[in-house]
Design a protein around this ligand. Sequence first.
Ligand code: ADP
Ligand code: MG
Length: 549
Amino acid sequence: MSSLSVVGTTREGVSVMLLKEGSSQTRGRDALKNNIEAAKIIASMLKSVLGPRGMDKMLVDSMGSVTITNDGATILKEMDVQHPAAKMMVEIAKAVDNEVGDGTTSSVIIAGAMLEKAEQLVKQGIHPTIIVDGYRKAMRQAMEILNKIAEEVTADDHDVLKNIAKTSMESKIVSVDSDVLSDLAVNAVLAVAEETTHSETPTDNHHFMTVDLDNVKVQKKPGGAMRDSSLINGMIIDKEIAHSEMPKKIVDAKILLLNSALEIEKTEFEAKISIDKPNQMTMFLEEETRMIKTMVKKIVESGANVLICQKGIDDVAIEYLTKASISAIKRVKESDVNALAKATGARVVSNLDDMSSKDVGFAGLVEERKVENDKWVFIEKCKNPKAISILIRGGSERVVEEAERSMHDALMVVKDVVQKPAIIAGGGSAEAHIAQKLRTWASGVSGREHYAILAFADAIDSIPITLAENAGMDVIDTVASIRSKQISGNNPWIGVDVKVMKVADMRKKNIIEPLAVKEQVLKSATETTAMMLRIDDILAAARGAAGGM
Ligand code: ADP
Ligand code: MG
């Protein structure tokens, strides 16, 4: 970047300072070139992780802790990207991750390819605005092509959903266990799915399902094997019951949730009492005990037999609670307490003085169980059956962490299909088909946009190309074979099966993905590309200045 303190000149010829001294400005072609370079670097970094034959990345943060992953979104999240255009690439991945949960690597690769092709067109003298228009047109056409080939499925078809989950895990380190994990993902999503009959227009009154994944909590514990992972109809609290003599298994639990400490704040006394005689000390302690006894009495009166406390519980209180056969758990995370309120129908109480039996929640079973070396409390058969937990087990910390990330993708893709029951096949088949159809369609579009559409088609082809490349296959042969077989067999599902390194019908192999993911990938990649192509000026504040990029 050429550094300058930016000065503008008014029509009267007076110079004005537009930016703070030390700021820099990059203009026109240079700005575009600069941004495209940065975006291309990010895309090329991610290329090698795409698909089942993709490599993994080892990420080491500034504290030296290591993450090994194949997840595009995670890689970008952990990388401390500084360049503004590179940051935009990271944003695409984030957007795709939030919306549909999978396809993050693909979106970045496609955006990188779109920018690279655009750069060539700009060099040939086509204005960025024309390219943006052409790309947007091509994107809309691509959506139509996708929707034409998409296969409608039923929202609760277990086999289809399982294959959707499995495909999302094909590229992950945990893919050997994808059978177990994908069953868990499907069962969890179906357990929390809700049918909505709400109609968008008065005439079109069709049913659809909605899934709130906040109801599914994923917990992990290294140790054991991945196949020991399980689905719990309820919640898991990673804390033990406070006293060994409290009941460890409570059937028909009445649960009280408290977000304040069950102890007497010592400061309440400090101001009032100065102890100078021995019997005053005894009185003081007796008073404290009496107050705690009153608190526990209130809990007993509420009818609760389980107390879940967000803060600490005094030893004296523990003693009284034990005598009253109330099982208590202390120092439970606020988020867990709030989730428990939803699951058990309890109200979170902050002051025992204004509490009634109505505030108490319900669960069919509360039980402390041993999980590896810890004791955790399982709260099952909750009043609200839509509270589900997945407990992930596996050989090591790193494995369960990657399994947790893969579970996120799996839950999201299953949710995608439950909410929008349409699928397409993977292995680059859909992308190759779109590219092919777009090239034909482009011949009917005249002018310079024609070239932009062709460039867009080439960019989408980067998915089958990269999949083949990562598998060590001959790229030119593979892509040519996909094209000719798609046309001769009139079959859009011909793609590359990288596992056996062959061109094959990916639908038949059950390598399937949500339509929603492919749509989101193309939309996000196109939008970010368009945004970047329209930038012809980069104004950057000096490093360290407030609001600097
Ligand atoms: P993303 O972050 O884009 O989801 P992935 O690394 O998960 O990236 O790779 C997804 C790609 O891998 C998709 O295009 C999908 O169709 C493809 N894929 C999954 N399984 C196979 C397979 N067995 N053979 C070929 N491609 C596959
Ligand atoms: Mg994926």
